[in-house]
Design a protein around this ligand. Structure first.
Ligand SMILES: [Zn+2]
Length: 367
């Protein structure tokens, strides 16, 4: 991995950077749309390219369930399978390990009620991601639901480290693939520090900050994120999992994060919630949209805002919801991608904190 920081803010930990995969150049900070099963809900790759998505996130654990190893092995990589020529990051299934129906053992994770069958081991997780040809590969980790005791968080972090070692050994990359480390340790700084030290010894080139947004309080989230990025070496790529609300994305950038992903823009689109720079709006609460000839956001450059009105979108939600979701997803995902493009520009021009403040002032207007 050749991650390079292009400019750093002198007032916060925000930084603008870039890295090259064998598929494309990725400029950071960067928002990654989520396509768990190899498709971003309702959108095809041509649209994702037009939206400006540089890299998307898929889930190796889910792809191993369906279509499975035998089918995936017939293709050059996931990029070919789904017709996407830019970069892909795949998660390992560690995030699923916190779910009630999962059983975690030293060997790996499996669904409850199927003992001995279908264990997803750390080795399998990386070997399958090698077959997928993922540009950024995640090791299998243990993500626990919060709140959690120190002892339980410590055990999960230590098992994550043991699995990271096994993943590192099993990882025989194809050209251009990078294995990242996923940091655990819940909201306990001592555990986070220990995890970072272990991973530095293992020599990971990039870090995912895992185990957040899983039930901790907003204050615990902020403090843990801030302390973790302060403890991390400043020259390596940092990815936070599951951050997609506009306020949260800018906060993560200010804390020194480079990559983030979330299902939020697509989920909001299905719930008729649309992002605008004046705050999110809900179509059900804005009945006047029914007759409104303006686009969702007059300042937006997305396909939806260039082509159709609020009135048409309102009509589609009532009559043709799958098309309404597509139009709304294009807008919401473009909003997230563009917000991070603008944040990057602001970092390059040494005005990020001002940009952040003014965004928040405007964003509160519809709330
Ligand atoms: Zn738009």
């Amino acid at each position: 991995m050749n991650f390079k920081i292009v400019n750093r803010s002198d007032k916060s930990k925000a930084r603008a950077g870039e890295f090259k995969t064998i598929h494309n150049l990725v400029e950071t900070p960067c928002f990654m749309p989520v396509g768990t099963h190899g498709a971003v809900n309702g959108l095809i790759p041509a649209i994702l390219e037009e939206i400006g998505a540089q890299i998307i996130v898929a889930n190796a654990f889910r792809l191993a369930e369906k279509p499975g190893l035998a089918i995936m092995s017939k293709f050059e990589n996931l990029h070919e399978f789904m017709g996407w020529s830019r970069s892909i990051l795949t998660d390992s299934g560690g995030f699923q390990s916190r779910m009630k129906q999962m059983v975690v053992s030293e060997n790996g994770i499996s669904f409850a009620g199927k003992p001995g069958q279908g264990i997803w081991s750390p080795e399998q997780a990386v070997e399958f991601q090698v077959i997928l040809g993922s540009d950024l590969v995640m090791p299998l980790d243990i993500c626990i639901q919060l709140p959690s005791t120190f002892q339980k968080a410590k055990e999960a972090m230590e098992q994550t480290v043991r699995w990271a070692k096994r993943c590192k050994t099993a990882f025989i990359p194809r050209p251009g693939q990078t294995l990242c480390g996923i940091l655990q340790g819940a909201v306990y700084p001592d555990l986070r520090r220990k995890c970072i030290e272990e991973f530095e010894d293992l020599g990971f080139e990039a870090y995912a900050i895992g185990g957040l947004n899983v039930g901790e309080s907003p204050q615990e989230y902020r403090e843990t994120l801030d302390k973790t990025t302060t403890m991390l070496r400043s020259d390596k790529l940092r990815y936070i999992m599951g951050v997609g609300r506009p306020e949260a994305m800018l906060e993560a950038i200010e804390a020194g994060v480079d990559l983030m992903d979330s299902i939020i823009p697509g989920k909001y689109a299905r719930e008729k919630n649309l992002f605008t720079f004046m705050g999110p709006i809900n179509l059900d609460k804005k009945k006047y949209f029914k007759k409104d000839k303006y686009p969702i956001d007059t300042n937006c450059d997305c396909y939806t805002c260039r082509k159709v009105s609020r009135s048409y979108l309102f009509h589609l939600y009532e009559t043709t919801p799958s098309t309404a979701h597509m139009y709304a997803s294009i807008h919401n995902i473009r909003f997230c991608v563009r917000l991070l493009e603008e944040a990057r520009k602001a970092i390059l021009e040494n005005r990020f904190e001002k940009f952040h403040k003014s965004f928040l002032e405007n964003y509160k207007k519809n709330n």
